[in-house]
Design a binder for this molecule. Structure first.
Ligand SMILES: CC(C)(COP(=O)(O)OP(=O)(O)OC[C@H]1O[C@@H](n2cnc3c(N)ncnc32)[C@H](O)[C@@H]1OP(=O)(O)O)[C@@H](O)C(=O)NCCC(=O)NCCS
Length: 206
């Protein structure tokens, strides 16, 4: 998969993605979103959201986000087209953005939240190195199926991320695949990911 920064030209891709009730099951209860909504979302997330494409076909896979929510704190998010589920791509993109948040953005904490019943998303969080923090209950005007079980928050602190990167944890990382090998990912993606402003400017200048 390749990642590139989202632009306003991508709005239609997001509208199309949100048309699938299965994709939106744990987000809106299956309801699609409007073009206006997605335009507003893209405007708000320029610089903090990326478009994933299949490396060999160029096909749209989905979006990934790492959004600042407080000083030195970032929220991880992702939504993939159903035809690309189960290929490990959410994990791939998520791990890369977690790494980016700590190594390039100076994050002290990366967090993510989802409905308690969204097992697939919780597993992606775990595979990105985040650990369960809490269950919380929000008031919804129109609760969707599973809302009674609440939402869960996962997090990864900078100290934990550094510890897992440290050489001493190398053996541990290899034994437990749930500890992502961030360095290998960065090497793997080199050349196919445009994550930071410097790279964008460099590419524009070419
Ligand atoms: C959640 C989502 C991003 C997962 O994407 P994906 O690319 O299929 O995930 P991966 O292939 O990286 O799989 C990650 C892990 O989740 C597991 N998983 C995937 N779907 C699952 C499911 N329905 N139930 C249980 N586990 C599941 C995989 O088996 C894998 O774990 P493993 O390696 O231990 O086997 C995708 O289903 C999606 O876009 N859903 C709709 C949008 C959404 O819910 N976004 C999150 C909102 S917070």
């Amino acid at each position: 998969m390749t990642l590139r920064p989202i632009t306003l030209d991508d709005v239609e891709l997001l509208v199309e993605l949100d048309r699938d009730p299965e994709v939106m099951r744990y987000i809106t209860g299956g309801r699609p979103t409007t073009r206006e909504h997605n335009e507003e979302i893209v405007r708000r997330h320029l610089g903090s959201r990326w478009i994933g494409s299949d490396r060999s076909t160029g096909e749209f896979v989905g979006w990934f986000g790492i959004r600042p929510t407080a000083t030195d704190e970032y929220e991880l998010g992702y939504r993939l087209h159903r035809s690309h589920w189960g290929r490990g791509l959410a994990t791939e993109g998520g791990q890369l953005l977690v790494d980016h948040a700590f190594s390039a953005l100076g994050a002290e904490r990366v967090w993510a939240a989802t409905m308690t019943v969204n097992t697939a998303s919780r597993r992606v969080m775990e595979k990105c190195g985040l650990r369960y923090l809490r269950t919380f209950h929000l008031e919804w005007d129109e609760p969707i199926e599973g809302a009674e079980a609440g939402d869960v928050e996962y997090e990864l602190l900078r100290s934990e991320w550094l510890h897992r990167r440290a050489d001493g944890c190398g053996r541990e990382k290899r034994r437990h695949s749930r500890f992502p090998d961030y360095d290998a990912l960065t090497r793997y993606h080199a050349g196919s990911v445009v994550l930071c402003d410097t790279r964008c400017k460099t590419e524009d200048a070419r």
